[in-house]
Design a binder for this molecule. Sequence first.
Ligand code: FA5
Length: 344
Amino acid sequence: MQLNQRIEQVKMDAKERLNHVKTLQEFQELKADVLGKKGPFTELLSSMKDLSAQERPAFGQVINQSKAEVLAWFEDKSQQLEQQLVNEALQKEAIDVTLPGKTIRYGSRHLIRQIIEEVEDLFIGMGYEVKEGPEVEIDHYNFEMLNLPKSHPARDMQDSFYITEELLLRTHTSPVQVRTMLENTLQQPVRIICPGKVYRRDDDDQTHSHQFTQIEGLVVDSTATFSDLKGTLLVLAKQLFGEERQIRLRPSYFPFTEPSVEVDVSCYKCGGMGCSMCKQTGWIEILGAGMVNNNVLAAAGYDPQKFQGFAFGVGVERLAILKYGIDDIRNLYTNDLRFNRQFK
Ligand code: FA5
């Protein structure tokens, strides 16, 4: 075979095989086959020894040109393969932005917590400090320091869970006022609210629970009056329930306040007409309040001649019931997520 023909055949053969290459590995193998040391071009160059000295340079040039041409085809193919790999990778990693996303469920604060924080925000804005105390309390702070000695009949108002003779689950948040006044050894004015859980041996029904939440409020200084108390409670009721809800104060009795009142808010369900929720009265009791009894001030080291004050204790669950029209207090404890999620 003529050398020219052999060169053409090598080129055509290389082109044909290159067209069939699909993968990078096949490409590398073919490149080594065609352009490597043992390949046809090396063989062509060595076959030039049979040519005359005049013919050699021209053929050498043809072989080198052909090899450069074939090399260029290989480079084109290499780029094609790289592009193909990139395209395949892009296709594999493609994200369908039109697919619906996965819903991520996230938690939220419980309704009781939300109301506590709403009340805290309101009172912090009026210069109050937030204080907390222990849920397991000593009888001395829960009752005695609040003008309720051991044999006092008013202890029956708060049926208690005793742990020992002297230790009980606190029945109200009022012991936190005692603790705060006692801590305040310089007898400075006090303005606090104290949220927390309390426990009573009450029978559970739509509006009563054996464990519930109270927020205590206490102001002690030289000028606090009953009208300040009334104004403060009105601000609280309007903040929570809106302008249209009414409150009423009923004379009441607490050993730790004198005078004492019970505060009711008009029933959300019947608007005051009377229904099963408000036991046909049109009102739901939300808090007890009054002017701090002189005995309580004196026991905590505050001179009743110089200091006076008011206090209140509000039931947070009752606030939730009224604010959101909840028909059973027990819904606040059973942790049914369908219920809880309504108050996100
Ligand atoms: C007291 O606990 C007093 N310590 C409140 C107080 C503080 C009066 C400071 C004066 C000065 P009372 O027992 O009325 O008071 O409870 C206060 C509020 O807690 C009630 O108005 C009501 O909203 C709520 N409450 C009482 N018992 C329950 C119960 N079993 N379940 C749910 N909420 C209750």
